[in-house]
Design a protein around this ligand. Sequence first.
Ligand code: GLY
Length: 257
Amino acid sequence: MRYTHALVRRPCARFASGLTQSTEGPPDLVRALAQHAAYCGALTELGIEVTPLPDAPDHPDGTFVEDTALCFKEFCVIARPGAPSRRGECASVAPALQRHYRRVLNIEEPGTLDGGDVCLAEDLLLIGHSARTNEAGARQLADIARAAGLKPHIIDIRASRALLHLKSGINYLGEGLFLLSSNAPAIPAIERFEHLVPDAAEDYAANALAVNGTVLIAAGYPRIGAALAARGRRTQPLDTSEFRKMDGGLTCLSLRF
Ligand code: GLY
């Protein structure tokens, strides 16, 4: 899939008061803003029109825009984040997506769903049932996906405590390749694909983002970079240290379509 657009949102002044289980200490806002600018620059270099969403000073997790919606070819779905503190983030995302999509669907109460729990791999749609995405939300998205001709699979990741979201450890990089963290659960639905599993020390970097022929990877995880290069994949490392401190990574910083 070739992406042409991305929505992003700068980290706000209250970025450090967002949700996190990380024990790495508070993020540095100046560094986070610089890393975010570099991320946007990388997307632009890859041929994507990057649209900044309005600053969201009341939503410290608002920079993790991927959790607020799902973008498909013909339609999008406004999500309903599982963390109550994040639900208000969707209000500014919906109008931005309405400018690009005629068909805008919604995850409805009592469903909750974070976009970070959803991974599209060809015609498969993996949906994580997580601490954020509940069964009702996962089923609503599965029904939408099935009606659109996709094959949804709901995967219970609640026992994989290191995975905040499905894509914290399960990412499809195109060309038949999944990048999986060492703690990802076994998923029979993806057995037909090639799997690249880093050693546990590089688990964080299993959250990588394939964009228009390049795999954006977190800087500082050389073995994943080498393994992808050995497969002929072009990689670009980006520093995500301040987002890691807030349980974020490369996928959740943008909504691509
Ligand atoms: N800090 C990202 C999240 O917990 O949703």
